[in-house]
Design a protein around this ligand. Structure first.
Ligand SMILES: [Zn+2]
Length: 71
């Protein structure tokens, strides 16, 4: 098989704000960030702040989660 067909331009999504960040289950920090993200990304919320929402989303993605593998 050869891949000669191009699938067109790559769709770039907005980094952060519009994309709902993933939350790692069981991580209190992520859940707190997610809660803040919801507030910051909701135009009807007094805490609405689009750029802050982006920051929170980035922070959520970068939050490290060392795997605990008990032996
Ligand atoms: Zn986390």
């Amino acid at each position: 098989m050869s891949r000669t067909a191009q699938s067109g331009p790559v769709h770039l999504t907005n980094d952060g704000f519009t994309a709902e960040p993933r939350v790692t289950p069981g991580c209190a920090v992520c859940q707190a960030l997610k809660k803040q993200w919801w507030q910051a990304s909701d135009p009807g919320n007094p805490a609405y702040n689009a750029s802050h929402a982006t920051d929170l989303a980035v922070e959520l993605r970068r939050h490290p989660h060392p795997r605990k593998t008990p032996r």
